[in-house]
Design a protein. Structure first.
Length: 124
């Protein structure tokens, strides 16, 4: 029944829904439409995550089902699924690099190739 509902809704995502008091954040892991509001309706609740104590509870079978159906996890949820053993692979970096770091990292390979080109190769 939920799989048929997923076909009618559109692109689904597994994401974190913030709950809890101010400065005491806790999250629910939910399946919802990709472009829906975080406090809006969701298709299914898969578990919870408490970043303060680094505890989480997740229904692995249902998470695997939704991944199989085509729900795409957000970067944070992807990392939680890897940590929980639901999926295999590398973790995704959640925090974006600043523009200064990007520019520096892009300049370094160019400088290295320029130095390599300017140094003549020795023939033996």
């Amino acid at each position: 029944m939920l799989a048929r509902l997923a076909n009618k809704i559109g692109m689904l995502a597994i994401k974190l829904k913030r709950i809890g008091k101010k400065h005491q954040a806790s999250f629910r892991v939910i399946v919802a439409e990709k472009r829906s509001k975080l406090q809006g309706r969701f298709v299914e609740d898969l578990g919870w995550f408490n970043p303060r104590s680094d505890e989480f509870n997740l229904d692995k079978e249902r998470a695997a089902h939704w991944l199989k159906v085509g729900a795409a996890p957000t970067a944070s949820v992807h990392n939680l699924l890897i940590k929980n053993g639901v999926i295999q692979g590398k973790k995704i970096s959640v925090h974006k690099k600043s523009k200064v770091e990007k520019i520096e990292s892009e300049d370094k390979p160019q400088e290295a190739t320029a130095v390599a080109k300017s140094v003549p190769e020795a023939t033996a």
